[in-house]
Design a protein around this ligand. Structure first.
Ligand SMILES: [Zn+2]
Length: 138
């Protein structure tokens, strides 16, 4: 039986700019043009000022680990050969309210370096036609 493929994100109208930028290895987030709030999840109305005009802008790609988990068993397609691996809740340094979830790409021998509040930076994982922003220790 052939190994299963990792899930491939399916961009929609609202998320297409994010995935298009990732394909070019650029990390972008939606930002409210009225108040400057960064959104990790694209919005139609700004949760802070209720404006509805946004732009896609490029933050630093740096953040800190808010929380993380080391996955030792998974039923997630395409990840069975990658255990143990790390999933994390990342806080971008520009916007402490815009949590981003992703994998920390790290060798198992370095798991003892993981901790809350340590810096990470974005990296890009090409998965066929889609590129997925991921994270590594900075
Ligand atoms: Zn706003």
């Amino acid at each position: 039986m052939a190994a299963e493929q990792k899930a491939i994100p399916v961009p929609d109208e609202r998320t297409k700019p994010y995935w298009d930028a990732a394909k070019e290895h650029k990390f972008v987030l939606q930002r409210c043009t009225a108040c400057g709030l960064w959104n990790a999840t694209p919005r139609v109305i700004c949760p802070r000022c209720h404006a509805s005009d946004f732009e896609w802008a490029q933050p630093s790609g740096k953040g800190i680990i808010h929380s993380y988990a080391i996955v030792h068993q998974t039923t997630a397609a395409g990840f069975q050969d990658e255990v143990p691996y790390v999933i994390a809740h990342i806080i971008p340094i520009e916007e402490p309210t815009a949590f981003i979830d992703g994998n920390i790409l790290i060798d198992e021998k370095d798991f003892d370096k993981l901790n809350i509040d340590i810096p990470v930076e974005v990296v890009f994982e090409d998965r066929g036609e889609v590129t997925v922003p991921q994270w590594k220790l900075a």
